[in-house]
Design a protein around this ligand. Structure first.
Ligand code: CAO
Length: 566
């Protein structure tokens, strides 16, 4: 057994490059050039191929690690250990084999620029066989019309990157347009002659690509074999360099920019690295549909995952609203300091429910003021008794009782729309939810059989459930089975608001802060304590007339609570 440490190769001096994918597991048999890991910097993704075949015996890195050249990736068992004699034999074998290969002009594998630990490396025949001459091609800046000395705003590749034909190499920007320079051929970047921030004109060298595999001469193999004393690293041959220019920039590559500084690249020039493109191809995803969140809108693997996750979790509701324009992602940090805070679980659930309701329910909100002058007087007269009973009596228990009566009187409000959209489900019980504001978000505990409970019982239950909500002790059961909801902001303030229906209920009552207003009693204006009410309802289940009747009944009961006895 011969264990070899596989290390991060030369990655163009970039340090701390993130591991975004580990492509193998312990026990896997890997072949020569099989991808081991995918690294991604803010400029490029690169796959690290195995320089040798073998079995993975241990993996030294994890997803998210940041690696630099020379860091150990994993250990490979490459087979039986060869002693010194074996090594000599291998070297002569290589010379002989290479000579004959050279004569027969058979195709050979390219050299791999990869570091293998000297300590543990014992070159096996297969390792040595990998010394071959690559064909180098220089890629230069294409014809850009009249444009000269154009800014290089991005270099999309690094030394060691494998690029496919059409992959972006650099991004150039004039004051009128941005343009990506695509690679005219596939290959591996062996040198970079251009840097971000430089300027470029047509014909200027961008980089050199190692292209096809070509056989090498015996002399070259000899020097390659001799270099094994230092390492098995095979040198990259600087053979006569051919020059390839990308096709002249065409109109569909150069796209006029807008003053907003957005990205101007057409759909063919999607900004993504080779690993991301390959993943998109593998999963059959049209990468042009994916929004990039990387630097300058670069599409990273997480963007593909997010796109698929969204597509999979899209409910019929969201599908139905797919025509809704998306709110653009904005980097708020560009305007000043920002702080990110995760939403609580309750907040996220509320957000989802509100969104669902807002999108599904055609809302109408009707407003009215209830004259609760008498009710307030009566309520105040109960204060001493309330203290004796150990409860606090606010307008809310009266509102609960009055709403229960209004729900009995207007059964459509005590119903839910069947999901088939063809029927109303009338409930024979009157359970009312109360919106409770807690530090972690909004919750709606439900008071059952409100119509059968006394004002004292309702006061006590409101306090008990509100406290439970604030102590985060509510159970699912406490929040189920509601027919109607009251959202009271009366103790906080405001003259009115339009609450969102708490589906599958069909209506919700918003209560705002009471204020003293002049009321015409038929002969004069008198001061009255007016309570602003706003009734939002699902217009699929309820008509304006129904809502008018409900609110008129409710305000009448609140104005004279003796009606509750009728
Ligand atoms: N106008 C004027 N004063 C009012 C009032 C109103 N409409 N409603 C209540 N008040 C008074 C109460 O009488 C009490 O005063 P006193 O102590 O002098 O009697 C004070 O405001 C505080 O009341 P409260 O908030 O303790 O009790 P409540 O019964 O009115 O409400 C609860 C209980 C749990 C509903 C409330 O605490 C709460 O959480 N409200 C917020 C609900 C919310 O966020 N809704 C928005 C949902 S949509 O986003």
């Amino acid at each position: 057994m011969s264990i070899e440490l596989i290390k991060v190769p030369d990655i163009g001096g970039t340090e701390g490059v993130e591991v975004i994918e580990i492509c193998v597991a312990v026990g896997d048999q890997v072949e020569l050039e099989q991808s081991l890991v995918v690294l991604e910097s803010d400029k490029a993704s690169m796959e690290v191929p195995s320089p040798i075949a073998g079995t993975v015996t241990s993996i030294k890195i994890s997803d998210g690690d940041e690696l630099s050249e020379g860091d150990v990736i994993l250990e490979l068992d490459t087979g039986p250990v060869l002693d010194d004699v074996d090594i000599d034999a291998v070297r002569s074998e290589v010379l002989l084999e290479s000579e004959s290969e050279s004569e027969s002009e058979s195709e050979a594998e390219p050299a791999i620029d990869f570091s293998i630990s000297e300590k543990t490396t014992t070159p096996s025949p297969s390792a040595v066989d990998q010394s071959f001459e690559p064909k180098i091609e220089m890629i230069s800046v294409p014809d850009m019309g009249d444009a000269e000395n154009v800014d290089v705003i991005e270099v999309c590749v690094n030394i060691g990157d494998e690029v496919a034909e059409g992959d972006s190499l650099i991004v150039l920007e004039t004051d009128k347009a941005s343009m990506e320079v695509p690679s005219p051929v596939a290959g591996k970047v062996v040198s970079l002659a251009i840097q971000e921030g430089a300027t470029a004109s047509a014909g200027m060298e961008i980089l050199q690509l190692e292209l096809a595999k070509t056989p090498i001469t015996a002399t070259e193999v000899e020097s390659s074999a001799n270099s094994l004393d230092e390492s098995v690293e095979a040198p990259v041959k600087s053979e006569p360099i051919t020059t390839t220019q990308p096709a002249p920039m065409s109109a569909d590559v150069i796209v006029n920019s807008s003053s907003s500084g957005e990205k101007f690249l057409n759909s063919d020039s999607v900004y993504a690295g080779p690993a991301v493109r390959r993943l998109a191809r593998e999963i059959g995803l049209d990468i042009t549909l994916v929004e990039g969140t990387g630097p300058r809108g670069r599409i990273v693997k997480d963007d593909l995952k997010l796109y698929i996750k969204k597509a999979l979790t899209a409910t019929p509701t969201t599908t139905a609203t797919s025509g809704i324009p998306r709110i653009p992602d904005i980097d708020f940090g560009q305007f000043g300091d920002v702080k990110l805070e995760s939403l609580s679980k309750i907040h996220r659930a509320t957000a989802q429910n509100m969104h669902r309701s807002w999108l599904n329910v055609p809302h109408v909100t009707q407003f009215d003021d209830a004259d609760i002058s008498d009710l307030e007087e009566f309520r105040k007269s109960l204060k001493a008794e309330a203290e004796q009973r150990g409860v606090k009596i606010t307008p809310l228990p009266f509102l609960l009782k009055a709403c229960a009566a209004a729900l009995r009187e207007n059964p459509k409000f005590n119903a839910s729309l069947h999901t088939d959209g063809q029927q109303l489900v009338y409930k024979q019980y009157v359970n009312i939810g109360i919106a409770v504001d807690t530090p972690l978000g909004l919750v709606v505990p439900v008071i059952r059989d409100v119509d059968k409970k006394s004002i004292w019982e309702l006061a006590a239950e409101t306090i008990r459930l509100a406290q439970k909500a604030k102590d985060r002790k509510l159970k699912i059961d406490d929040m189920q089975g509601g027919c109607f909801t009251i959202s009271s902001l009366g103790s906080i303030g405001g003259q009115g608001f339009t609450p969102i229906v708490n589906t599958p209920e069909v209506a919700i009552l918003g209560v705002s802060k009471l204020s003293v207003k002049p009321l015409w009693n038929g002969s004069e204006f008198v001061p009255a304590k007016m309570l602003p009410l706003s009734l939002s309802y699902d217009h699929r289940a309820i008509n304006g007339g129904d809502a008018g009747r409900f609110l008129t009944y409710l305000t009448a009961v609140l104005a004279d609570i003796r009606r509750l006895a009728l």
